[in-house]
Design a binder for this molecule. Structure first.
Ligand code: ATP
Length: 316
């Protein structure tokens, strides 16, 4: 039986700007997305029956049809019924290392790995664009997770423009284990509080970010100006998440006081900061654990990566 093991990278948002509300309930965004080498492992094993099974030992990850990785396999079975019949179903095991509900696109990258893996297992020959289209049917971050690297994402997040890879940088991530933020809640609250009036009328909300300002960070990335990139990190969703989650605000302030400004990734509650060396990253981790000696606080040191889904091993 065929089997594939894939590694699926988490992402961070170096920049997240909400341009406006869309009638379909989504938002027009300008984001700079970056893959990092914090990965889940996804094992796919071919089955003789036309069934999809999913296993994950993480208590917060659903093991039923609501899992995004399961949905990805079901979508492939629906779109390619001949291949599903010919090759049979699939048994999916998720080895979870990316924190759940953390703003790091854990579910989206698992779904991307299943699309990439089944494309290989079922010998479909789909190209990146076709996989990204299928990904867009599952969630706004999935098209990015198919390709990864450093990207400008617009629309709902599905229109992707590759940016030059940022040279050697390290990421310190911090998250309270018991804390998670619903992405849907964060966007709905933002819409309710800041986007109720005409989005072109900036004075009505007093919100200065109703036009895309991502150009500044994009040109800093193009010029490889790391100092400027660090200064231009931005996330509009902090406006709604920080007042409700004081622990996230405190994390942000601690990073700041260490001279290493941190921002929230996606809808949080993970806060990250960038450093130039692994030594500096480790020093930040140590200083942060001394400043907040809370056993509920998890921290990781990771590195930017230019890919998202990688095949670790396979048997045909
Ligand atoms: P995003 O940044 O894409 O909004 P996130 O990183 O904030 O996502 P996820 O880790 O994807 O959040 O989890 C969000 C919710 O999705 C979880 O509460 C979990 O119940 C559900 N979920 C469904 N499938 C998965 C999966 N494969 N991995 C993790 N969570 C999943």
């Amino acid at each position: 039986m065929r089997s594939y093991s894939l590694l699926a990278s988490a992402k961070i948002n170096l920049y997240l700007e909400i341009i406006g509300a869309r009638p379909d309930g989504y938002h027009d965004l300008a984001m700079v997305l970056q893959s990092i080498d914090l990965v889940d492992q996804i094992d796919l094993c071919q089955l003789e029956t036309n069934t999809i099974y999913l296993h994950c030992s993480h208590p917060e990850v659903p093991q039923d049809e609501s899992n995004l990785a399961y949905k990805a396999a079901a979508l492939m079975a629906e779109k390619f019924p001949d291949a599903f019949t010919k090759y049979g179903g699939v048994d999916i095991t998720i080895h979870k290392r990316i924190p759940v509900g953390a703003g790091l696109a854990g579910g989206s990258t698992n779904a991307a790995a299943v699309l990439v893996g089944l494309n290989l297992m079922w010998e479909l020959g789909l190209d990146q664009k076709q996989l990204q289209y299928l990904g867009s049917l599952l969630g706004s971050d999935v098209p990015f997770c198919i390709v990864g690297g450093t990207m400008l994402a617009t629309g709902r997040g599905e229109y992707l423009t590759p940016l030059p890879p940022i040279d050697n940088f390290y990421v310190v991530l911090a998250k309270y284990r018991s804390l998670s933020v619903s992405t849907a809640w964060a966007y709905q609250t933002y819409r309710h509080q800041y986007l109720r009036s005409n989005v072109s009328n900036t004075s009505a909300t007093g919100h200065p970010n109703l036009q895309a300002y991502s150009g500044k960070i994009v040109s800093a990335i193009a010029r490889q100006n790391q100092m400027q990139i660090y200064q231009l990190l931005h996330n509009d969703l902090e406006r709604v998440v920080l007042p409700i989650y004081p622990q996230v605000q405190q994390l942000r302030e601690e990073f700041q006081s260490l001279g290493c400004p941190g921002i929230m990734s996606g809808s949080g509650p993970t806060v990250f900061a960038l450093t130039k060396s692994p030594t500096q990253a480790q020093q930040v981790v140590e200083a942060l654990s001394a400043a907040i000696p809370d056993p509920d606080l998890d921290m990781w040191v990771s590195q930017g990566t230019n890919s998202s889904i990688r095949v670790l091993s396979f048997e045909n």
